[in-house]
Design a protein around this ligand. Structure first.
Ligand SMILES: *[C@@H]1O[C@H](CO)[C@@H](O)[C@H](O)[C@H]1NC(C)=O
Ligand SMILES: *[C@@H]1O[C@H](CO)[C@@H](O)[C@H](O)[C@H]1NC(C)=O
Ligand SMILES: *[C@@H]1O[C@H](CO)[C@@H](O)[C@H](O)[C@H]1NC(C)=O
Ligand SMILES: *[C@@H]1O[C@H](CO)[C@@H](O)[C@H](O)[C@H]1NC(C)=O
Length: 378
């Protein structure tokens, strides 16, 4: 028994040695601000209050689904970087004539940039699914926005478009089997990847472990919620790597699909991810505030660990939590991290800094491991 005890102690020390010494956030963490949600309010919160709240929460980026110039103005001189979205219905006119792209930039970017930090412009959001008839316009529109920025001498704003995991990736089980769905891979995605490669831009994807968990009843709840325990893993037998959470599996599925298409090194930005705290459908028992808080906490802690994913050491470059504001009208699901009065729904969550549950979290993990190893030793 004594020998067993020392063995388990050695295992714990080994586990602790794997914890990074100084934890620094390697991924930019932000939130998504949906104009449609804000519009559901009798009195939408003032843009200045939103900007102030984002800064005081410690979020370093905000993704706007409709790029209201008043909102872009509210972030003048702030340290928050913005990811702007051009709505799907503007894609055909932007593709038809570069002066339309220039005009869009003159309204949404030029008056504010660089005093407002704008990192990326997404031309469309989930366009292949929401507006499939516009798909042939997508790449020409992206090119016109990028060329217009170049004409204006702006080098540092990258241009891309946003996809939705469920609508473009074939599978996440195992990640190494993942591919882009036909026919979009040939008509849209491969040419886009070439563009992203040529312009140093990123692949943007909305990715919800919650949705995949709901579709696959065999997935245990701890797996999407980052609740690591010794038997909670899945191995990818092709690559020989072990997954301990569903987020990493889905990110690596995206990375594998890009590699299969011939592009291995394009950075990935998760433009939406989250967990609902409420659903009007009583059958959706996993949409509750306890799980929502566990998901966000687990995600932040995982991103801060600097471990990346098994297939990509540096992980994703930015992650946006869906979404900043709760819906006031309780229809469907609630996703917000803030109540409509802009107070935090989850008091315990720290959106910035390197704290990850702190010393006691590590201690509890170590004691937990000790118990498990002691039980195995018996
Ligand atoms: C932005 O960051 C810089 C450097 O960290 C800091 O000095 C400045 O006060 C910040 N500005 C705002 C508006 O928070
Ligand atoms: C593009 O728009 C500009 C300004 O509206 C117009 O002068 C020009 O003729 C258009 N070009 C094409 C090819 O439609
Ligand atoms: C892309 O990044 C590389 C390395 O940082 C740089 O050499 C190259 O000029 C960049 N290309 C563009 C189009 O910005
Ligand atoms: C904000 O709204 C939440 C939820 O409706 C409520 O519990 C909280 O007391 C409100 N806080 C303030 C300061 O009004």
């Amino acid at each position: 028994m004594a020998a067993c005890f020392f063995l388990s102690l050695a295992a714990i020390l080994f586990t602790l040695s794997l914890l990074p010494g100084s934890t620094s956030l390697s991924t930019t963490v932000g939130a998504t601000y949906s104009a449609s949600t804000a519009a559901a309010y009798a009195a939408p919160p003032a843009v200045d209050r939103v900007a102030h709240t984002v800064s005081s929460l410690g979020l370093s980026a905000l993704r706007l689904d409709a790029s209201d110039p008043a909102m872009v103005r509210a972030f003048l001189y702030s340290n928050t970087s913005l990811l702007l979205t051009i709505p799907n219905q503007l894609v055909p006119p932007l593709a038809a004539n570069r002066s339309n792209a220039l005009r869009w930039l003159y309204i949404h970017v030029i008056p504010f940039y660089p005093r407002t930090k704008i990192s990326t412009i997404s031309v469309g959001n989930d366009l292949l699914e929401s507006s499939p008839k516009f798909s042939t316009f997508l790449l020409p529109a992206i090119r016109n926005v990028q060329l217009s920025l170049k004409d204006l001498g702006i080098q540092k704003i990258s241009v891309s478009t946003t996809f939705s995991f469920i609508n473009v990736i074939t599978t996440a089980f195992p990640p190494s089997n993942a591919q882009f769905q036909e026919p979009a891979v040939d008509t849209v995605i491969r040419p886009l990847l070439q563009f992203l490669h040529d312009t140093n831009s990123s692949f943007l994807i909305n990715l919800y472990p919650y949705n995949l968990y709901k579709m696959r009843s065999e997935i245990p709840i701890g797996f999407p919620l980052f609740q690591e325990h010794p038997f909670g893993f899945r191995d990818d037998l092709t690559t020989g790597v072990r997954y301990r959470n569903l987020f990493d599996m889905m990110v690596d599925a995206v990375i594998s699909a890009m590699a299969v298409a011939g592009y291995e090194n394009i950075p990935v930005i998760v433009t939406e991810t989250g967990w609902p705290s409420f659903s009007t459908d009583p059958a959706e028992i996993d949409a509750n505030p306890v799980y929502a808080e566990m998901y966000i906490k687990g995600l932040l802690c995982h991103l801060r660990s600097g471990k990346g994913t098994p297939l990509r050491r540096e992980g994703v470059s930015e992650t946006y939590i869906y979404e900043l504001l709760d819906k006031q009208v309780k229809q469907g699901r609630n996703w917000g991290i803030l109540y409509p009065n802009l107070t935090s729904k989850y008091k315990e969550i720290q959106y910035s800094g390197s704290d990850c549950g702190g010393f006691f979290h590590i201690l509890i993990m170590a004691v937990g491991q000790l118990l498990v190893f002691a039980l195995l030793a018996w």
